[in-house]
Design a protein around this ligand. Structure first.
Ligand code: DX5
Ligand code: ZN
Length: 214
């Protein structure tokens, strides 16, 4: 599957961009929420998520790069989130946060930064709907893919199998048409792609190419 990231879209014409995504093979729409504290950049917030929800029937995948993400879960669910992921590095009560997301009726995901080991998921993996592996340091679109990610996908795949978890593996950052086949082969279920989609002359085709590149 593929989840195009809106971070690289043209915000001056968001409606047109969403229409393009609606008519594409995009499986989920990935929305990056940055607060300028957890990551050194600010993106957009709840009103934009609500506006996007009105324009699409595709599932909204909210990637929270904010401090105290649990304070905002309900607001993002009300704004139309279907999937919500938050960073392990930014949460002191991960188990509780996952339970809150489930109670709110959305799919729950945990995000790992490039430096965070897979082993830290051992006690939560069974409760998760997906794990998002960052393949760049979070904060910006258009960065270079970190090769070590392949090894982490492999480790995560083994942990999922060992624990009979149903979690999907999502990979985010520096994904493009060249590394997508190898990522799917390594075990990724859903790839996030921003730059590779929105800088392409034909974004719809780029989505299709990445998605079907297995
Ligand atoms: C980075 C974000 C990504 C970003 C990916 O912090 O989490 O979702 O939009 O962008 P590309 O595909 O350009 O690396
Ligand atoms: Zn993201």
């Amino acid at each position: 599957m593929i989840a195009p990231s809106l971070l690289s879209a043209n915000f001056a014409n968001l409606e047109k961009e969403i229409q393009m995504l609606n008519n594409s093979e995009a499986d989920w729409l990935h929305l990056d929420i940055m607060d300028g504290v957890f990551v050194p950049n600010i993106s957009f917030g709840i009103p934009i998520v609500s506006a996007v929800k009105k324009l699409t029937n595709k599932p909204l995948d909210i990637h929270l790069m904010i401090v105290k993400p649990e304070n905002y879960f309900e607001a993002f669910v009300q704004a139309g989130a279907d999937y919500i992921s938050f960073h392990l590095e930014g949460s002191n009560h991960v188990h509780r946060s996952v339970q809150i997301l489930k109670k709110l009726g959305v799919k729950a995901g945990i995000v790992l930064n490039p430096h965070t080991p897979i082993s830290l998921l051992e006690d939560t993996i069974k409760d998760l709907d997906y794990v998002l592996l960052m393949s760049v340091n979070p904060g910006y679109g258009g960065q270079k893919f970190i090769e070590h990610t392949y090894k982490k996908i492999e480790q995560l795949k083994n942990l999922i199998k060992k624990s009979s978890s149903k979690a999907l593996i999502q990979v985010d950052g520096g994904v493009n048409i060249h590394n997508a086949p190898k990522l799917y082969q390594a075990g990724a279920d859903i790839l996030v792609a921003g730059n590779a989609v929105f800088t392409d002359q034909n974004p719809t085709l780029a989505i299709s190419k990445i998605r079907n590149s297995k």
